[in-house]
Ligand binder design. Structure first.
Ligand SMILES: Cc1ncc(COP(=O)(O)O)c(C=O)c1O
Length: 359
């Protein structure tokens, strides 16, 4: 536990609370409300008395709906309810996976910048962290072929950069997994936030992929806790046994809400974020060196000074960001989230432009 530090995110929360009318661009969840039909389905499930433990692996109706979604939405033809486990958010899925798969000293490859839970959990289990930058090409993975890698993990689209990995990159990761016997974990929690239609599920081509699908971000269900894992049957069986003794099951009424969520059209929300993505890029491209985000709702902004110092200057303008060092080795980035109202975003861009002119 001593190796894990949760203070940077806590600090951002505390800062936001201490500033009057802050421009909070630090938040990692959508700003729109959970659609009312989903809430209604959850209420109905509660009224119908569906409040007991569910089967450990999840209610069959949700697993069936998810199998259909994987086949028609992700092109994963082999998806089947027997290969699916529903759990309490991707955070729980990661906890189960790392618990089941990782031993102390195991080498694990993480695409960097990374979601902060990956290295934290790997540290917790005493694993050794290897990283490869998200700009990698197939040749950059060659050097890992002689390593005894236990697992490879990435988020696609990425938190914190919004990068959508190319098909070529995904195939290279799958080839490395095949060559080393590593488990390949594709965290697809932001799959619908794909602004240029470039997202690809590697599970489509590589059957041993462990695909993680979350409801948190797509439908603003972060507090309702629901995700599914699609993997080979043996993996699902092991994780189900572990879930039985830990998480027990995903929240019952949330699972019923999940079935309704899958029927909900989120395209107008995604279109709003696409416009916000374009607005942020156009506002900042002449002031900072930045890659255009392709997905999720983040930009990873390169800054000319150290992140903590930049964050202090931003706070003077009421602007709250997350320091980049928690997502990668460098201290020259900050993460900004555009999952917010237009007014807030416009104020934020003005503050960032002013900051750039002073540096
Ligand atoms: C890449 C990524 N994976 C997983 C999670 C956790 O999601 P959940 O709410 O499903 O636990 C997050 C949340 O920020 C995330 O950004």
């Amino acid at each position: 536990m001593n190796g894990i530090d949760s203070s940077p995110i806590r600090k951002a929360f505390e800062l936001a609370r201490s500033i009057e009318n802050p421009i909070n661009l630090s938040i990692g969840q959508p700003h729109f409300p959970c659609p009312p039909n989903i809430i209604e389905a959850m209420n109905q499930a509660a009224k119908d008395g569906k409040t007991a433990y569910t089967l450990t692996g999840g209610i069959p109706e949700l697993k069936e709906a998810m199998a259909k979604k994987y086949i028609s939405g992700n092109g994963i033809s082999y998806a089947h309810p027997d290969r699916i486990l529903s759990t309490s958010g991707i955070s729980s899925a990661l906890f189960l996976l790392f618990n089941a798969l990782v031993n102390p000293g195991d080498e694990c490859l993480v695409v960097s910048p990374y979601f902060l839970m990956y290295p934290a959990m790997l540290k917790f289990y005493g694993a050794k962290l290897l990283t490869v930058d998200e700009s990698f090409g197939p040749a950059d993975l060659e050097k890992f072929k002689t390593n005894k890698i236990k697992l490879i993990i990435f988020s696609n689209p990425s938190n914190p950069t919004g990068k959508v990995l190319s098909k070529e990159q995904l195939h290279a990761l799958a080839n490395l997994a095949e060559a080393t016997g590593a488990f390949l974990i594709s965290d697809e929690i932001y799959e619908l936030f794909d602004y240029d239609k470039k997202f690809y599920s590697i599970g489509k081509d590589y059957e041993k992929t462990i695909t993680l699908t979350g409801f948190s971000k797509t439908y603003n269900m972060t507090g309702l806790r629901l995700a599914t894992i699609l993997a080979e049957k043996e993996v699902i069986q092991a994780l189900t046994t572990l879930q039985q003794y830990t998480v027990v099951c995903a929240p019952s009424i949330t699972q019923w809400a999940g079935i309704e969520a899958l029927k909900t059209d989120m395209s107008s929300y995604i279109q709003d974020y696409k416009e916000k993505r374009d607005f942020v890029y156009d506002s900042l491209k002449d002031h900072y060196s930045l890659e255009k985000s392709g997905g999720a709702f983040y930009f990873f902004l390169k800054i000319p000074i150290q992140d903590e110092e930049f964050i202090k200057k931003a706070v003077e303008k009421k602007l709250i960001l997350v320091p980049g060092y928690i997502f990668c080795e460098s201290k020259n980035f900050v993460r900004l989230s555009f999952a917010t109202e237009w007014d807030n975003l416009k104020r934020g861009m003005t503050a960032l432009q002013e900051l750039a002119s002073r540096l």
